[in-house]
Design a protein around this ligand. Structure first.
Ligand SMILES: [Zn+2]
Ligand SMILES: [Zn+2]
Length: 343
């Protein structure tokens, strides 16, 4: 049995709970969990915000752990390796899969998310607020030695989620990049874009995030609601990454900041539908899209790039047993910028 922290209902608290893990398959590894970040998705899932959650749910998909056992067919990892697991734990990874063959394995029809997911054999997936997890070895990534476990955890979801579209778009030196929302994702997006040589503008409604944003590599800081500052950004960007899921986000203003042919990329999911005037698209000639999470290839690249360019999340550490306190800090919007729960 694995001892974990489970939630039983929307807005519920986490409590100790044990479950029988699915049998260790030939391609699986078992990890002793060292630590796990708290991602906004954890709370959306606990609360059934994105559709009915199957309770009890054990969330957590920024997992760092030590391999304690492995299936017979696992060749990429050894017992004792320190690895990370992100938001996905399985996909077919076959060359004839339209998703996996194009490094879009998060969209594989056989994709299994780290928690609240269902394996082909019908077993549920349980996440990292736990003493242990079992996952497909293809989704357990060796952590570069330079990166501490607690700092590596948020790279597994938040880091890979923001870096993946930067890779897809081929961001390069001199590109003008905006980041809306300076939180768990945004504070990493600033660092990646800056390390890629981009001109980075950070957008936030909190003036008190200016100093930190500049320290993280932003070249300009704009208070979103300040009309003069907002006007100074008209057609000033090639890419705008939206990491805030605030329902008060003003997309007409976002469109105005992006130059002709530029892209707006959604990385957060507002609870309410977006209502947009079609003329926004036509008159600005701006593209609006999004990106899900990092796949196998981009998670590896995220870890390598983070190690090489000294990109680290700003974290608050708490013991795993204080997971309810951590969740509450996220609910209250108090975290700067990621909570990591340690066993
Ligand atoms: Zn996440
Ligand atoms: Zn596939």
């Amino acid at each position: 049995m694995f001892k974990a922290w489970a939630c039983d209902e929307p807005k519920g608290t986490l409590h100790e709970w044990s479950y029988e893990p699915r049998p260790l398959g030939p391609n699986d590894v078992e990890l002793k969990v060292i630590c796990c970040g708290i991602c906004g998705s954890d709370i959306h899932t606990m609360d059934s915000d994105w559709g009915p959650t199957k309770y009890p749910v054990v969330v957590g998909h920024e997992i760092i752990g030590t391999v304690v056992s492995k299936g017979d067919a696992v060749t990429n990892l050894q017992v004792g390796d320190r690895v990370g697991v992100g938001a996905q734990v399985a996909a077919c990874l076959k060359s004839d899969c339209t998703a996996c063959s194009r490094e879009l394995d998060p969209h594989c029809p056989e994709s299994v998310f780290t928690y609240n997911g269902v394996y082909a054999d019908g077993a549920s997936s349980y996440g990292g607020y736990s003493e242990a997890v079992r996952v497909d070895a293809n989704y357990a990534f060796k952590i570069p030695e330079k990166i501490s476990s607690a700092e590596a955890a948020p790279l597994m979801c938040a880091g890979a989620t923001v870096f993946t579209p930067m890779l897809k778009f081929g961001l390069k030196k001199g590109d003008r990049v905006g980041v809306v929302g300076i939180g768990g994702l945004g504070h990493l997006a600033i660092q990646y874009a800056s390390a890629l040589g981009c001109e980075v503008t950070a957008f936030s409604h909190s003036p008190n995030k200016k100093e930190e944003s500049m320290k993280l590599g932003a070249h300009k800081f704009v208070i979103t609601k300040n009309e003069d500052e907002s006007k100074s950004c008209v057609k000033s960007l090639d890419y705008l990454f939206v990491t805030s899921n605030s329902s008060s986000n003003d997309y007409a203003t976002f469109f105005s900041w992006v130059d002709f042919g530029g892209k707006i990329c959604l990385l957060a999911v507002p609870a309410a539908d977006l209502v947009l005037k079609p003329f926004l698209f036509i008159s600005y000639e701006v593209y609006l899209g999004g990106s899900l999470i990092g796949g196998v290839d981009s998670i590896k690249k995220t870890l390598e790039f983070s190690a090489e360019h000294n990109i680290r999340p700003v974290i608050e550490r708490l013991p795993m047993s204080s997971c309810n306190e951590g969740v509450q800090r996220v609910r209250d919007g108090k975290v700067r910028y990621r909570v990591v729960l340690e066993n």
